[in-house]
Design a binder for this molecule. Structure first.
Ligand code: URA
Length: 221
């Protein structure tokens, strides 16, 4: 039986299953991979943003006045894609929430140590009002959890509360989730599936291979 992780929401939806099946297949092309990953991202972003606070206001329809709702501006919404595979999720996230700020963070994985190496950080040195920020960190894969851990730590260091950070990931595995839920028990994680394990090279099993390479067609054949 699969271990249950606190604060990890596994989104069960037939369209998640369908699109996961598509992106696991090594024989599909990059375009097909990207489109199915984006469909999955849409479902996960809807789940991740479902608790955003609303504010009501009045409009006049062609028939009469009525109260409607909008996303409250009490919070600034930030999507933080971890480069480069997180870009596929931020593309759809910014379409669904067009007023959000997209703050890229770039890390690559050292293939020997499996530790993240920072190369880009588009977050400001200081946030004006960190208590009024909600951050959605986006990365299709939580494998070792090291990059995810580094990204969450970055936002915590800048004063964002852990309860205002959500991690959105298409595929995850027990090892990465152990690390994240162990160090950040209040971090909310949204994923479409928890796979079986990691292999010796730090790839998720059965997984889908290297998400960045598959998205951007950068395989060495
Ligand atoms: N990153 C990927 O893209 N795939 C994995 O399986 C692990 C990390």
């Amino acid at each position: 039986m699969q271990k249950k992780f606190n604060n990890v929401v596994v989104v069960n939806h037939p369209l998640c299953e369908h699109n996961l099946g598509v992106i696991r297949d090594k024989d599909i092309n990059s375009d097909c991979f990207k489109n199915s990953l984006k469909r999955l991202s849409t479902i996960l972003i809807l789940e991740a943003t479902k608790d955003l606070p609303l504010k009501s206001y009045e409009v006049e329809t062609p028939i009469q006045k009525c109260l409607v709702n909008k996303i409250s501006d009490e919070y600034k919404i930030i999507f933080a894609p971890i480069l480069r595979a997180g870009l596929a999720i931020s593309d759809v996230a910014s379409e669904i929430v067009p007023d959000a700020s997209i703050q890229h963070v770039g890390m690559y994985r050292d293939e020997t140590t499996l530790e993240p190496v920072w190369y880009y950080d588009k977050t400001p040195v200081l946030y004006d009002n960190p208590d009024s920020i909600k951050v959605f960190i986006l990365d299709p894969m939580v494998a070792t959890g090291n990059s995810a851990h580094a990204a969450v730590s970055l936002f915590l260091k800048k004063g964002i509360k852990i309860e205002n950070i959500v991690f959105v990931s298409i595929l995850s595995c027990p090892q990465g989730l152990e690390l994240l839920t162990g160090d950040f028990p209040d971090l909310k994680i949204i994923t479409a599936k928890i796979d079986e394990k990691l292999n010796a090279r730090g790839y998720i099993v059965p997984g889908l291979g290297d998400a960045g390479d598959r998205l951007f067609n950068t395989f060495e054949k």
